[in-house]
Design a protein around this ligand. Structure first.
Ligand SMILES: Nc1ncnc2c1ncn2[C@@H]1O[C@H](COP(=O)(O)OP(=O)(O)O)[C@@H](O)[C@H]1O
Ligand SMILES: [Mg+2]
Length: 296
């Protein structure tokens, strides 16, 4: 069974402990790496990709250190960085050809693979356009194509859904679902709903540490009995915000509001239990990230 073992991985920048003794075993499937901005996701991914040297700890692929694997690790590895140093003057196709050459893929294989990826990512129509002329979402898709060129066994995508429109998100999800069989895919995001329906397992990162990990179902289970819905008068909203953590407010007619909220008990009158979602867990763990007032 293929396994990527992250073992006590630590990165200390000058005065910042960006990744703090993280251990995680990744098995085939799609993993979400969730966490607010600054949690340490990018730093961890760059170490897993072998392009950033850890302060301590290591990454092991089927028991072998990726330092020892060297080039042969790069052969089975695909990586989409969060900020993507494009070659803006390249056309989509020439860029992918160039990247194939860098990855040591033969010309004939490359040309077939590129055609297939262009089609899969709906980029065929723009393949002769310069990258700088593409929309943000299209550029992301070129980045994803680049990461898939060598048909990697391990795929690391750092915030791949940023800049994608809803249609592109659905397409992306379908591509990954097809691709992820028998492979390890790790996707970071600070927007939970982006991976909620993609990832079957998740790791939640906060202040450089993994604070929760497991199947999406098991993680969502943590929120059972903590998610409620009730209706209140809009004039009472402010009061409610101080009592509970609000996940969602929907205006109803007659000055009423339907409130979805998180609390250990149904503290507001008329509350009925709601089915928890991964987003609820995230809000529970990262109240400061929610856009609503934090309960103090
Ligand atoms: N090269 C660096 N030098 C110093 N601090 C850094 C560097 N890169 C990242 N950091 C800090 O490490 C923390 C984690 O950053 P990052 O891994 O980018 O988080 P995320 O991807 O979850 O937003 C942040 O506080 C960030 O400011
Ligand atoms: Mg990041």
């Amino acid at each position: 069974m293929m396994e990527l073992k992250i073992n006590r991985l630590t990165k200390q920048y000058k005065d910042k402990l960006a990744v703090d003794n993280v251990s995680l075993k990744l098995t085939p499937g799609i993993w979400g790496l969730l966490g607010a901005n600054g949690a340490g996701k990018t730093t961890m991914m760059r170490m897993v990709a072998g392009i950033l040297k850890p302060t301590s700890g290591g990454v092991f692929y089927d028991g072998l250190s990726i330092d020892d694997l060297g080039e042969s690790y790069r052969d089975i590895f695909g990586y989409l960085p969060q900020t993507f140093g494009f070659y803006p003057e390249f056309t989509v196709k020439s860029y992918l050809e160039y990247m194939s050459a860098l990855k040591g893929i033969g010309k004939k294989d490359a040309s077939l693979t590129i055609e297939r990826l262009l089609q899969m990512l709906a980029l065929s129509d723009v393949k002769n356009k310069k990258i700088r002329r593409l929309s943000g979402g299209m550029q992301r898709r070129v980045g994803i194509a680049q990461a898939l060129l060598n048909d990697p066994e391990i795929l690391i995508l750092d915030e791949p859904t940023s800049g994608l429109d809803p249609g592109e998100r659905v397409r992306f999800r379908n591509i990954l679902a097809e691709f992820a069989k028998e492979r390890i895919v790790l996707i970071s995001t600070h927007i939970v709903s982006d991976v909620e329906n993609i990832a079957t397992r998740n790791a939640v990162m906060k202040d450089g540490r993994i604070i929760a990990a497991g199947s999406t179902d098991a993680l969502v289970d943590v929120m059972k009995g903590r998610v409620w819905r009730t209706e209140v008068s809009e004039s009472d909203l402010f009061k409610c915000e101080r009592l509970v953590r609000i996940a969602n407010i929907r205006s109803e007619s007659g000055g009423r509001a339907s409130l979805r909220y998180l609390a250990e008990n149904p503290v507001l009158p008329g509350s009925a239990p709601e089915t928890p979602r991964l987003e609820d867990l995230y809000l529970w763990l990262f109240p400061e990230d929610s856009g609503t007032e934090e309960v103090r």
